[in-house]
Design a protein around this ligand. Structure first.
Ligand SMILES: Cc1cc2nc3c(=O)[nH]c(=O)nc-3n(C[C@H](O)[C@H](O)[C@H](O)COP(=O)(O)OP(=O)(O)OC[C@H]3O[C@@H](n4cnc5c(N)ncnc54)[C@H](O)[C@@H]3O)c2cc1C
Length: 592
């Protein structure tokens, strides 16, 4: 039973290259909106050649820029994606830039016995070849478990940059000792204590051992390093929030790291079945979950896998399931300008399969991993927009310590009028303006690129003007407040301290002379990180908190760690929970 029409054919846009997937999805979104946005954007002066027209048209001719909130609502209406209220929440007009929709594979009606073409007996069935599923398959097969890895799409789906670890060998070799007690307290506070402290404690105690195991298992293919800021600080504290710079990256990239793990899992005997989604769990009255039914997308046949050790749901979040997003998310959290979303088939199948046999989803609202740095004009994420230069809202007022963590910054500007803000800089050239600041300390992605590369990516959305009046006119920012805010930032810069908001003074600059630059920023969503309620052993529990024998959930299909917003200050914790709990589960199952 397919529950919704797929706008992207199953498996068609997947490859092993996560970044490539992201690019394609963003390209498709840009395509849908480019004509309309060109009309709005062509009234401004942009750095990029394609949209720049300062030479042919005077700045005086500028003006009449559409208010950003109006455009957000227009986009939502044209995409048919408003949440229906049309009202505002916390001052932000609610709009909904939709993610690509997938096809739900979960089947609620029991697949009849005579439809099952084949039954296989294995130890462990892993559903989903994202990072959690790949690492679990490696860890289980390494310990001798006969493992089948089912994947809905045509390939593995991994992305991003690194894996958080407080105490693996790479951290120790760098001479860094993180305060684990402080980290645990910060994690619990970030979740407002609406989380499972035992899961967090387990992560804190076991992350070093788990990440070291992964490094050892993939050592022939990857070179790990700790991605520290130029300042060398292991922990940055802004606005009272500690950001832990504990991301372990592979020089070869995250996709290569996961591919190395998958190759090893296959070498160990894991059988990988692509284009074969799990569609329902097999539950026996007294024994719990004893297997799973999967469906071949090639010929439509059903396969039953009985699993002596259990079934692990590693099917990710439900980013591609609009109904589930609407049902479980805080509406404000969907008010974004872009989705950084390579997956097109994360439709919450694992959550639905788990619920169907008595598992429970954690309480609403569910949590979205979200970034600042989305371009309202281009509907994609840009490194330039993620950098922590001064920001103003459309009233021309500063409103936040820009150096706080990713999610907090996005939360802050989403509560501004229209849910967006403008980044402002000044300097003889944009490159000089950027390089006069400590921007690389605050945006890990910026460390890997030159200023020229960062500008090149964003040139079509950066507005340039010779005077602040012209900048205000071109952007629609309140001109008087903008003048006053820039005067104040210049003063704070000269004094070497941001007594107003507490940002890194190295990110401030003088606005005494131009040219001036601005770019409009909105939020971009990545993945959902709330799921089935599990124990610290990854067992799925029922409504009474009792573990359902034989059923496990990991990664974004599982819950218990996040609340309110995803804590980017606990760097790369999402990948790390995939690695740590997969490693622990495999050991537990092998010993059981
Ligand atoms: C652009 C981007 C960058 C990121 N960077 C980082 C980073 O640097 N560090 C970090 O910690 N986090 C990062 N994240 C978040 C992180 O990638 C995810 O939260 C994490 O990888 C989730 O892993 P997962 O295995 O739980 O799910 P996923 O990676 O989503 O994998 C789930 C898999 O299950 C498959 N599947 C779905 N349904 C079925 C079914 N019925 N049967 C079989 N298979 C199914 C899917 O096709 C998919 O392959 C990033 C996210 C994005 C979008």
């Amino acid at each position: 039973m397919w529950r919704s029409e797929s706008s992207f054919p199953l498996g068609s846009s997947h490859s092993a290259e996560g970044d490539e997937n992201t690019r394609r999805t963003e390209d498709a979104m840009k395509q849908r909106l480019s004509e309309r946005d060109d009309q709005t954007m062509s009234r401004r002066t942009f750095l990029g050649g394609s949209l720049a027209f300062a030479g042919t048209m005077g700045m005086a001719a500028l003006g009449g820029c559409q208010p950003v909130g109006a455009r957000a609502q227009r986009d939502a209406a044209e995409l048919g994606g408003t949440n229906g209220s049309g009202a505002s929440e916390g001052g932000s007009p609610l709009s909904f830039f939709e993610p690509p929709r997938g096809t739900v594979a979960f089947e609620a009606d029991q697949v009849p016995e005579n439809s099952i073409a084949k039954t296989e007996e294995v130890d462990l069935v892993v559903c989903g070849a994202g990072l959690a599923g790949v690492v679990l398959s490696l860890a289980a097969s390494e310990r001798g478990l006969k493992t089948v890895l089912l994947e809905k799409t045509a390939g593995m789906n991994v992305r991003g940059s690194g894996i958080g670890s407080l105490s693996c060998s790479v951290v120790k070799e760098a001479g860094i000792v993180f305060d684990e007690r402080a980290y645990l307290d910060d994690a619990l506070k970030a979740a407002l204590y609406r989380c499972d402290a035992e899961i967090w404690r387990t992560w804190v105690e076991r992350n070093g051992e788990a990440v070291d195991w992964l490094i050892e298992a993939t050592k022939d293919a990857i070179t790990p390093y700790l991605n520290l800021p130029d300042s060398g600080a292991a922990v940055d504290t802004f606005g009272g929030v500690n950001t832990y710079n504990d991301t372990i990256e592979a020089k070869e990239g995250m996709v290569a790291w996961a591919q190395a793990a998958l190759d090893k899992a296959i070498e160990n005997g894991t059988s990988v079945r692509y284009s074969t989604p799990a569609v329902q769990l097999v539950r026996e009255q007294d024994r719990g979950v004893t297997g799973v039914v999967a469906k071949s997308m090639e010929d439509g046949s059903y396969l039953r896998l009985t699993a002596s050790k259990g079934v692990a749901l590693c099917t990710g979040g439900y980013e591609n399931n609009l109904e589930m997003l609407r049902e479980n998310m805080r509406p404000e959290d969907l008010n974004v300008v872009a989705w950084r979303l390579p997956n097109t088939e994360n439709t919450g199948d694992g959550q639905l399969m788990g619920e169907a046999i008595g598992g429970v989803l954690e309480p609403r609202p569910h949590i979205m991993m979200r970034d600042p740095g989305g371009s309202a004009a281009a509907h994609s994420s840009m490194t330039f927009l993620s950098c922590r230069w001064p920001r103003v809202n459309k009233l021309g007022k500063r409103f936040v310590n820009e150096c706080i963590s990713h999610n907090d910054l996005a939360n802050a500007f989403m509560r501004q009028p229209g849910g967006r803000d403008w980044i402002i800089l000044a300097g003889p050239t944009l490159k000089e303006a950027m390089e006069g600041t400590t921007y690389k300390d605050h945006t890990p992605g910026a460390r890997k690129q030159t200023a020229e590369q960062i500008i090149e990516q964003a040139k079509d959305v950066i507005v340039q003007a010779d005077t602040l009046e012209e900048l205000a006119q071109a952007t629609g920012i309140d001109p008087e407040n903008l003048q006053e805010t820039c005067r104040r930032i210049t003063e704070l810069h000269a004094n070497g301290e941001d007594v107003d908001f507490g940002t890194d003074p190295g990110m401030l600059m003088s606005f005494e002379s131009g040219p001036y630059y601005a770019a409009e920023e909105g939020a971009s969503n990545l993945v959902t990180v709330s799921g089935l309620v599990v124990t610290s052993d990854s067992e799925v529990v029922d409504g009474d908190g009792r573990a359902i024998p034989g059923l496990y959930a990991l990664g974004n299909c599982s819950g218990g760690m996040f609340n309110d917003s995803y804590p980017h200050e606990l760097s790369a914790i999402s990948h790390s929970r995939c690695v740590v709990f997969s490693y622990l589960l495999a050991r537990h199952l092998a010993e059981a």
